[in-house]
Design a protein around this ligand. Structure first.
Ligand code: ZN
Length: 230
């Protein structure tokens, strides 16, 4: 299948916004993709936003961000909104995202997918497109009890080495989660292998994507972009 490559800006780093409702969401959903980008992008800037988390879990998130994005220009923003209650904090989540949008213009957003069964993940996915109107947004999937992995649109292939490194770092960075009955190598590797099979790769992470643009001819530099009201 013809692959689409990320168009890297010629004059500045590729700017990514990674959003998680909880510490470990970003890494479970897109850790391999982040490892791959950190390795392959000559210049990468990432703003890392996690919306809930106790002090202990925030420490884990901070550690994980640096482990999964070695060499990237990294800014980390951690909040402590109540876990499991984000639908009731809809306005606060929107404020957080709008604050990011005022100072940061990502090219790519990596965030929860809109059909996620967890209410916190889903709330973020619902608000994101009301704030960021001109970004490629990839929605990651998180395996869980609800059985909500669906039919993704985009696949990021991973090598066996990358998936091994991803799982190794998940265990290393998120020790507070080791006792959970779903936290094990087979869950992480099994989903990655399944998604890999679907895109004819050894392993993959998969994403939803509501909208993307394909350049069939060079972009017209005179195109005027109009930012819609939020
Ligand atoms: Zn989560």
């Amino acid at each position: 299948m013809l692959s689409l490559n990320l168009t890297v800006p010629p004059d500045r780093p590729l700017a990514v916004l990674a959003v998680g409702a909880h510490p470990d969401d970003i890494e479970i959903g897109a850790g391999g993709t982040l490892l791959g980008m950190a390795e392959s992008q000559p210049s990468l800037r990432v703003h890392y936003l996690v919306v809930t988390g106790s002090p202990d879990r925030q420490l884990e998130a901070r550690h994980a961000a640096s482990e999964f994005l070695p060499g990237a220009e990294l800014s980390i923003e951690l909040h402590d909104l109540p876990e499991g209650r984000l639908p009731a904090r809809w306005g606060r989540v929107k404020d957080l995202l709008e604050d990011v949008a005022h100072s940061y213009a990502p090219d790519l957003i990596i965030a929860p997918q809109p059909h996620d069964a967890h209410q916190d993940h889903r709330t973020i996915a619902e608000i994101l497109p009301t704030v960021f109107r001109d970004q490629l947004t990839l929605g990651y999937e998180i395996p869980k009890w609800d059985g909500d992995v669906g039919r993704p649109a985009m696949y990021a292939p991973m090598s066996a080495d990358t998936v091994r490194r991803k799982v190794e770092l998940l265990h290393k960075c998120f020790t507070s989660q080791h006792a959970r009955d779903w936290w094990d190598d087979e869950v992480f590797r099994g989903l990655a292998r399944l998604r890999g099979m679907e895109c004819r790769a050894p392993y993959a992470e998969a994403f939803t994507c509501a909208k993307s643009v394909i350049l069939a001819q060079p972009a017209d530099p005179t195109t005027v972009r109009v930012r819609e009201p939020q």
